[in-house]
Design a protein around this ligand. Structure first.
Ligand SMILES: Cc1ncc(COP(=O)(O)O)c(C=O)c1O
Length: 405
C-alpha cells in the first residue's frame, strides 16, 4: 500500500496539471459534428506558436512521437535515399534503426553517448557531398537518454554554408514547449514532437510541423504510407477534421495545456526550465557526481542524466526510490543501464518538485550504497532557487566532469 502522492520525475510522460486532467474529462463527442473543427483549428494555430513557425503546416497524429518520426520519413523520403544521422544516445539510435527499417541508406556518425550532434563532422560530410546525394539530415535536439541538447541552428548553418539542400529533420520530443525551439529561424523542415512531455498531456499524439519544402518533397517521395499520408491529413485538417477517429479527450487536454503555456509565455516557460535544471545540476555537483553530458554547453534543461559513483548500480537507486519513497526516476537506457539514473524536470514543474526529487534522490542513492551527505544537493539547489528569479541571468553550472576530477 503506497500512501501519499506518487513523485514522477521521469522525462515523460510528465506530470499532468489538474486543469489539463479536468479538461480531458469530457463526454464523448461526435468528431464529425459541425462545430468540432474549431477545436482542432485552434490547436493547430497555437502549436504553430509553440513551434515558432508561420510557414509550417502542423499535423496531429493519434500515436506517439515515434508515429510522428515515421510520418515524417515516409512522406518526404523514398526507399534508397541517403540520409545523415548521428548516434549519441538511445533515441537517436532508435530513429536511425527506424530509418534503416524503412529502407533508407543511412550514413551514421557514431559519437560518445553524452556528446552532442557532431556539427563539424556533419559539415565535412555535407561539404563533400557535391552531388547532393544526402536527402536529409537528422538531429535529435534533446537526447533524452543522456540529457544532451544539441545545437540545431549550428547544423542549419553548416548546411547553408555548403549550400546543401537536404531536408532538416529535428526530433523535438523532449525539447518542444520546454526549450527554445525555432522551427522557421532554424530552417527545420520536419519538426517532431509528442504530447506527453513539454506539452503536459498523456501520450497519444504525435505532432509534426512540416515546412513548405517538406510538403513539396511529399509530392514526389515514394515512401510507403497509408495511415500517415500527409495528403489525407491535410485535406481533413483544412476544416479541423481528421481522416480517422481522433482521441477527443486528449485534444481537449492539449487545448488546456496550450492555454497554460501561452498564458505563462514561452519565454518564461523556457527560463523556468533553465532555472529548475540549474538547481538540479548544482545539486549533482554538490554530491560530487558527474553528468552523462560531456560539456556544459550540452546540458539539457529538461532532463539530467547522472552517473552514479563506482560500485553503485543505478538500477538499485531507481528500485530503492520506487519501493521505499514512491518516486520514479528515469533509468539508464541500453548501454547506460546501471550507470546512470535520470531526473526529468520538464513540463509542469516548480522548485518544490525539484527539491523533492533531489531529496528523494539523496535517500535513494544512499540506500543503493552511495556515500552522500544528506541535504547537500538540496541545499545547493535551494541556494540557487533563493536568488534566481524569472528573467534573472542564470548562474553558470560548473562543468561537472571537471568538478568531479
Ligand atoms: C528524444 C525522443 N525521441 C523520441 C521519443 C519517442 O517518443 P514516443 O515514446 O512518444 O514514441 C522519445 C521518448 O521518450 C524521446 O525522448
Amino acid at each position: 500500500m503506497k500512501t501519499g502522492i506518487h513523485h514522477l520525475y521521469i522525462p515523460g510522460p510528465t506530470n499532468v496539471p489538474e486543469s489539463v486532467r479536468r479538461a480531458m474529462n469530457v463526454t464523448m463527442q461526435d468528431h464529425r459534428a459541425p462545430d468540432f473543427g474549431a477545436l482542432t483549428l485552434g490547436l493547430i494555430a497555437d502549436l504553430k506558436r509553440i513551434l515558432k513557425t508561420t510557414t509550417g503546416t502542423v499535423m496531429l497524429y493519434p500515436g506517439s512521437g515515434t508515429a510522428a518520426w515515421e510520418a515524417a520519413i515516409t512522406n518526404t523520403l523514398s526507399p534508397g535515399d541517403k540520409v545523415l544521422m548521428a548516434r549519441h544516445g538511445q533515441f537517436s539510435t532508435l530513429w536511425a534503426e527506424m530509418a534503416v527499417r524503412l529502407g533508407l541508406d543511412v550514413q551514421l556518425v557514431d559519437v560518445a553517448w553524452g556528446a552532442g550532434v557532431p556539427v563539424g563532422e556533419f559539415a565535412r560530410i555535407l561539404g563533400a557531398d557535391r552531388m547532393g546525394q544526402i536527402k536529409a539530415v537528422f538531429v535529435t535536439h534533446n537526447e533524452t537518454a543522456t540529457g544532451v541538447t544539441s545545437d540545431v541552428r549550428a547544423v542549419r548553418r553548416a548546411m547553408d554554408a555548403c549550400f546543401h539542400d537536404a531536408l532538416l529533420f529535428v526530433d523535438g520530443v523532449s525539447s518542444v514547449a520546454s526549450l527554445e525551439f525555432r522551427m522557421d529561424d532554424w530552417g527545420v523542415d520536419l519538426a517532431v514532437t509528442g504530447s506527453q512531455k513539454g506539452l503536459m498531456c498523456p501520450a497519444g499524439l504525435g505532432i509534426l510541423g512540416v515546412s513548405p519544402k517538406g510538403l513539396m518533397a511529399a509530392k514526389t517521395a515514394t515512401g510507403r504510407r497509408a495511415y500517415f499520408e500527409f495528403a489525407d491529413m491535410i485535406a481533413h485538417n483544412a476544416d479541423g477534421y481528421f481522416p480517422y477517429t481522433p482521441p477527443v479527450p486528449l485534444l481537449h487536454g492539449l487545448r488546456a495545456s496550450l492555454d497554460r503555456l501561452l498564458v505563462e509565455g514561452m519565454e518564461t516557460v523556457i527560463a523556468r526550465h533553465t532555472r529548475l535544471a540549474t538547481g538540479v545540476r548544482l545539486a549533482v555537483a554538490a554530491w560530487g557526481m558527474e553528468l552523462c553530458a560531456e560539456h556544459r554547453s550540452l546540458y539539457s534543461d529538461t532532463v539530467t542524466a547522472i552517473h552514479v559513483p563506482a560500485g553503485v548500480d543505478a538500477r538499485d537507486v531507481i528500485r530503492a526510490g520506487y519501493a521505499r519513497y514512491n518516486v520514479a526516476f528515469g533509468s539508464g537506457l541500453a548501454q547506460l543501464a546501471g550507470q546512470v539514473f535520470r531526473i526529468g524536470h520538464l513540463g509542469d514543474m516548480n522548485e518544490g518538485m525539484c527539491l523533492t526529487a533531489l531529496s528523494l534522490a539523496e535517500l535513494s542513492l544512499a540506500e543503493a550504497g552511495a556515500k552522500i551527505d544528506f541535504g547537500s544537493g538540496v541545499a545547493a539547489a535551494q541556494a540557487h532557487y533563493a536568488v534566481a528569479q524569472a528573467g534573472a541571468p542564470e548562474l553558470q553550472t560548473p562543468d561537472l566532469r571537471i568538478a568531479a576530477e
